[in-house]
Design a protein around this ligand. Sequence first.
Ligand code: ADP
Length: 517
Amino acid sequence: MNFDWNYFVGLLHNVDFWQASVLVVKLSIITWVGGNIFGLLLALSKQSHFKLLQVFASTYIWLFRSLPLLVLLIFIYNAPLLLPGSAQWLSSPFVAGLIALIVSETAYIAEIHRGGLLSVSKGQREAGKALGIKYSGIQRIIVIPQAIKIALPALSNEFVTIVKLTSLVSVISLSEILMVGQRLYTQNFKVIETLCAVAFYYVLIVTVFDRVIHWLERYFDVTNKSAKQVTDEERSLVKMTSEVPSIQTINPTSYPIVNLTGVHKYYGEKRVLEGVDLAVKNGEVISIIGPSGSGKTTLIRTINGLEMLDDGAIMIEGNPFLEPTPNGRIGKNYYQHIQKIGMVFQGFNLFPHKTVLENIMLAPLYHKLGSSDEIKQISFSLLDKVGLIEHAHKYPHQLSGGQQQRVAIARALAMKPDIMLFDEPTSALDPELVGEVLKVIEQLAREGMTMVIVTHEMSFAFKVSDRVVFMEQGAIQLSGAPEQLLGEAHPRLSKFLSNQEIIPNNLELNDATNRYA
Ligand code: ADP
């Protein structure tokens, strides 16, 4: 084999090659960063409610994914023929090449980001909305960080593609690695040696950046992080329970905290709520029970605007809160009052990229409910209240289901709500973890928190509630104090309760409370 090793080794410290490598790195990094910024904006536009933005994003992606980069490069380099004013920038091959690369890569990277955004579960957005965070805040604090983490492997792969694509800019006479090589072998005909050196420089660049991006992936991967210990100083932040400003026992108005009148909800043709009237008084604990599919979850989600009502109205402390709107979107009064409602979901919906403490502090910081120190102090007090202070710096995946749900309760309480809504808070838990969550809810009930709880835990419902509401076929069939409901003979309720393993057939209240005690 006639391979000129000396020549090849000499090329590894050839100044022109190193300058070309710096140029390729510069082109690749700027293209990747620019492509990510514009690609993310494009992906968000594609998901936007605004038709015009959607159409613009879809058209852009369709057009520039269809156009070969080579064509785009030559087109942009020659654009001054059409627009003479652009000659001052586009006559530079670097600028023309960079623009072509960014324009083309934006279309590909937008699709990667769209995949990432779609992978963030609906529950994450709902949790943000229930905490009164607006659309832009939800995207910025909750969705985008998670989406980027999901998209990072594909984005790092795209960086490698970009590095390789830069070889195409030689077509507009930009002196990148391939062009330096071509210039050399057309003079000395040592084609293989020169191309081996070209390959060396590309492989070197890709390898270095591959390592950097892998490091970034590991850095953002919270599953690899071990939790910091809670310090004595942090423990000392815990206030006396009586000082925890989470429980609002004094209602300054005589209005119900929440008042639903004639609430109707349809899913397509299907009527799911049929004229529900419900007034929740200050300090009242209401459990909503009923067979599956009776509309309990829909009702509680309608109260805080996660589902829009189709008819009727919901007032908060005498103020208009929700009513049907022509476009089916949340009306103008919503964001004034949503902070008064705390929501706990069946599936917890904690933010997986934030620690327990950060989960609790996130919404109060967003709403500027106090200084960071004040909010931290309240958050530690709430963590103490739910018995999780030692877990403050853990990530949600490092906790059991019951612990996660208790964090979710603390997170909702941090917003100092006037009413707490619980949507089947124990349904996703293993049986042995149910009790620890119910105890926290019962404690809140004792402290006077106004609550509406959708639950299948009959013993618990009949024990802690001031009023039990029995729903069926989208309507409230019965509503009354537990003793009253159990004392009267309601055939439908008796049948429903006798089907629940918890309540024995004779419907003794004391029996009903046994399991939870
Ligand atoms: P429950 O909580 O009492 O089990 P739900 O409120 O979850 O009842 O559901 C009430 C009815 O509405 C059910 O028939 C269910 O299939 C239907 N439903 C719930 N959510 C949706 C949805 N997003 N789209 C269509 N139908 C739905």
